[in-house]
Write a protein that binds this ligand. Structure first.
Ligand code: ARG
Length: 468
């Protein structure tokens, strides 16, 4: 049991207490960030003449050696250490001796862990942004090809008005675009460095916090040392944004599950993204979409868990905060997996355009347009609504659709109907005439698609970030 604080104690820690307290099992995940932080710290200490240049070089070489050996599989992280910070320091001292004992000068594990978690989360924000961008690319490609793929739009899951596949997918484009904007917001707010806050009250060494912050690509140092060691707002914001991404993915999944059902058959999920049944040979199940929908629960859980953990903690650091990690890491992994798989599923999915168009025709989605036709012939809208309502009832009884009626049948409910009613209620006309900004009319849609194309040319968070 390698621990950093034996001096004051006269007894060994109880074994179960030690295990309960230890975090290496999960904080070993930010091993690289821990080393990066230590390298920046040591470089700063030497610049400020707290360490000599020789000590700096020796320590940095030692740390790089440890990183290389762990990455190369030559050194295993010793899980009997209390946490990743203890492991790295113990290994450094084992390798380079006395110089290694100076690494922790002017630093506490409180600002160290605050830094490591922030560096790790920052990387996750960037990676999540990149995956969202790929999803948006996939959605936009579907949009570009389907501005004239007609389908019913729904309200209350009842057929409502005709729209296009491009328009339907465009709604998800907006959602995931906002999710990306949230990544940028979080990045901007979180990108300040807590290193140098010490345990809670700074240190008496002449640290140059701005310098170490700059070495790690931060905009600058955080401005209150107590807040620095006890702030996890950025993580809460990130988990909240991840929860929102999952909410969006879950809604999209639900629609795909419905569309892929035997009744709808609007889409066919590729074999590579479906699974079978052990008993029913005919089955091809949309498990990936269902799992994405299901995993939303654990991501929401991570957000609720951290909010609850943080709510009663007095300033500054308290051990409760070690609980910020496991569920947050699980949420980060889950969302990245879901984004990757979902994008692949969309990319390989087949759209059954004929089924979609037939469904739009059969569902009276052109009823509003039939009413608008009468309005154009001088009938007040409320009366037109009543007339078309009766016409729909007639169609239901005859098991037919509005556009399949004869002119005599039309004229039986209103003498305003003329031959041009057929073009007025055709799916093509109904969609093409919807040209307000944001509407499915192909011309309006193409203008929006052009805006999206430009947007996707912009730098992603990875390209935009200062390289530390
Ligand atoms: N494992 C701890 C955590 O994750 C590191 C900080 C420990 N600090 C302390 N004062 N015990 O929060």
């Amino acid at each position: 049991m390698a621990q950093l604080w034996g001096g004051r104690f006269t007894k060994e820690t109880d074994k179960m207490v030690y295990d309960f307290n230890a975090s290496i099992r999960f904080d070993k995940r930010f091993f690289r960030q821990d080393i990066d932080g230590s390298i920046a710290h040591v470089a700063m200490l030497a610049k400020q003449a707290v360490l000599t240049m020789e000590e700096r070089d020796e320590i940095i070489a030692g740390l790089q050696g440890i990183r290389g050996d762990v990455d190369g599989g030559r050194l295993a992280i010793d899980e009997s250490c209390e946490d990743i910070h203890s492991f790295v320091e113990a290994e450094l001292i084992r390798r380079i001796g006395d110089a290694g004992k100076k690494l922790h000068t002017g630093r506490s594990r409180n600002d160290q862990v605050a830094l490591d978690m922030r560096l790790y989360t920052r990387l996750q924000v960037i990676e999540t942004d990149g995956l969202l961008r790929q999803l948006l690319e996939t959605i936009l490609a579907v949009m570009e090809e389907n501005t004239e793929t007609y389908m019913p739009g729904f309200t209350h899951l009842q057929k409502a008005q005709p729209t296009t596949l491009a328009h339907h997918f465009g709604a998800y484009f907006e959602m995931f675009k906002r999710d990306r904007q949230r990544m940028t917001d979080i990045y901007k707010r979180m990108n300040y460095c807590p290193l140098g806050a010490g345990a809670l009250a700074g240190t008496t060494y002449p640290l140059d916090r701005a310098y170490s912050a700059e070495l790690m690509g931060f905009y600058g140092p955080t401005l209150n040392s107590m807040d620095s060691v006890s702030d996890r707002d950025y993580l809460i914001e990130f988990l909240s944004a991840l929860a929102t991404i999952m909410m969006h993915l879950s809604r999209f999944s639900e629609e795909i599950i419905i569309w892929n059902s035997n009744e709808y058959q609007f889409v066919e999920i590729d074999d590579a993204y479906s699974t079978g049944s052990s008993i029913m040979p005919q089955k091809k199940n949309p498990d990936i979409a269902e799992l994405v929908r299901g995993k939303t629960g654990r991501v929401y859980g991570a957000l609720m868990a951290l909010l609850t953990t943080m709510k009663g903690i007095p300033l500054a650091y308290n051990k409760d905060m070690q609980e910020d990690k496991e569920m947050a890491f699980d949420a980060m992994d889950t969302v990245k997996d879901c984004l990757t798989l979902f994008t692949g599923m969309l990319h390989t999915m087949k759209f059954k355009k004929d089924r979609m168009a037939a469904s739009a025709v059969n569902g009276f989605t052109n009823a509003t347009d039939a009413a608008d036709y009468l309005v154009n012939k001088g009938v007040p809208f409320r009366d037109a609504h009543g007339i078309i309502g009766r016409l729909v009832l007639y169609c239901i009884e005859k098991d037919t659709s509005i556009d399949a009626l004869s002119l005599t049948e039309f004229q039986a409910v209103s003498d305003k109907f003329e031959e041009d009613i057929y073009t007025a209620v055709s799916l093509k006309t109904c969609v093409e005439k919807r040209l307000t900004v944001g509407a499915p009319g192909p011309e309006a849609m193409r203008r929006v698609i052009a805006v999206h194309r430009e947007y996707l040319k912009e730098d992603s968070l990875y390209d935009a970030m200062p390289k530390g």
